[in-house]
Design a protein around this ligand. Structure first.
Ligand SMILES: Cc1ncc(COP(=O)(O)O)c(C=O)c1O
Length: 385
């Protein structure tokens, strides 16, 4: 009856089962995986957001495969402020980064073609790729005074079926940015093999450094697809507003745009009210990002304060993004540890293997967790060692 590609093993893991049990017994929970910004106690300008959705122009249908020009101009201006020149016609609006990924997978890959993805990284890629019949091949990141791409392993992983390399910038959950040197190396590798760079920049604005990290949006060294959106930038995941930018050498860029146009025209998936609201939603980012970065910095210093008072656990350096990686003694599997924390301490954290960490020593916590929950959750976590 069904396709092989949807023949997934959907049984939940032990931690998932423990969480369902915990919730159904109505036990109190300190959720240190919180990643939905609309549920984390940030203050939004409700009136401005709702007003933006009530634009009378939404009463007309104005189909454009790339999405409304007014929205794309606002996005180009957002990059302009960063110092990146992004032509409005190189931008496509999508209903989320996941849709942007699927468009790119369709443009680049035949069934069974391969894309390289970083490990550790965000776990949604597996489903996205399987739905598009794309095979994911992992390239390792290693940690040595910060995270780095293992370029030797990356090059070994490239086969004649490789169509592109995914870079998450900054990566989730390791929180590191690709350096200028790494970007140059990626350009060299991709240009020489005629494969693309797929850059996921949803967390780009959330850097802890004073200097702004470079974006891939204007990268010209290889065919590049850069994705971002308002779910993180303005903390509005419910609006389903994201984008995809193509850049790079000719003739590849023009061909990519022409192919994307057919795919986007086939779906025309963006709705009018959200497209019309994008300029206002982008404006909301200032207020949101200020609160979010204050939360991230506050939680990080609380974490450091508590870590300084013990010597079993440490955290890895965070350059940006919404997460911190704790290194704990690997006395049991990270899943056992996460289940134990949930059942005995009422604290929910993600074990590193969710993100393909290479061993059992890692726990991932969200830095956007409300402060009190974060402080108490970390206290209970550290007290287990
Ligand atoms: C690295 C990364 N990319 C993409 C997404 C999804 O973004 P969107 O809501 O725009 O689909 C997430 C969500 O957490 C993410 O962590």
């Amino acid at each position: 009856m069904f396709s092989d590609r949807t023949n997934w093993n959907l049984t939940s893991n032990r931690l998932g089962e423990a969480l369902v049990r915990h919730r159904s017994n109505r036990k109190p929970l300190l959720d240190l995986t919180a990643s939905n910004p609309t549920e984390c106690g940030f203050s939004y300008d409700h009136e401005a957001i709702l007003r933006a959705l009530a634009n009378p122009s939404a009463l007309s249908h104005m189909p454009d495969p790339r999405g409304l020009e007014s929205a794309r101009c606002a996005i180009a201006a957002y990059y302009g402020i960063r110092g990146d020149s992004v032509p409005v016609e190189d931008i496509f609006l999508t209903t989320g980064t996941s849709e942007a990924y699927s468009f790119i997978f369709r443009v680049l890959c035949n069934p069974g073609d391969e894309l390289l993805i970083p490990a550790p990284s965000y776990p949604l890629f597996d489903f996205l790729a399987e739905i598009q019949d794309v095979k994911l091949v992992r390239y390792p990141l290693f940690h040595d005074h910060g995270w780095h791409i293992d370029f030797y392993a990356l090059e070994q992983a490239i086969t004649p079926r490789t169509r592109g390399i995914i870079v998450v910038h900054p990566n989730n959950p390791t929180g590191h940015f690709a350096t200028v040197r790494a970007i140059a190396r990626l350009n060299e590798i991709c240009a020489a093999r005629e494969i693309a760079i797929l850059a996921d920049e949803v967390f780009l604005d959330f850097s802890l450094a004073k200097e702004q990290p470079p974006s891939f949006a204007a990268n010209r060294g290889a065919l590049t697809f850069t994705m971002s959106g308002l779910s993180k930038i303005s903390g509005l995941p419910q609006m389903k507003a994201a984008w995809l930018i193509s850049s790079g050498p000719e003739p590849w860029k023009t061909q990519a745009l022409a192919r994307l146009e057919v795919i986007a025209d086939t779906y025309l998936s963006m709705n009018a009210p959200v497209q019309l609201a994008i300029p206002d939603f982008l404006e909301q980012r200032h207020r949101f990002q200020q609160q979010l970065m204050a939360r991230v910095r506050g939680n990080l210093s609380e974490l450091d304060r508590q870590l300084a008072a013990q010597n079993s656990c440490a955290r890895l350096e965070v350059e940006g993004g919404w997460y911190a990686v704790l290194r704990a003694p690997a006395t049991r599997s990270d899943e056992d540890l996460a289940v134990e924390l949930l059942e005995k301490s009422g604290v929910y954290v993600h074990p590193g293997h969710f993100y393909d960490f290479p061993d059992d020593a890692y726990l991932i916590v969200s830095l956007i967790t409300p402060e009190q929950d974060f402080a108490e959750g970390i206290r209970r976590t550290l007290s287990r060692f």
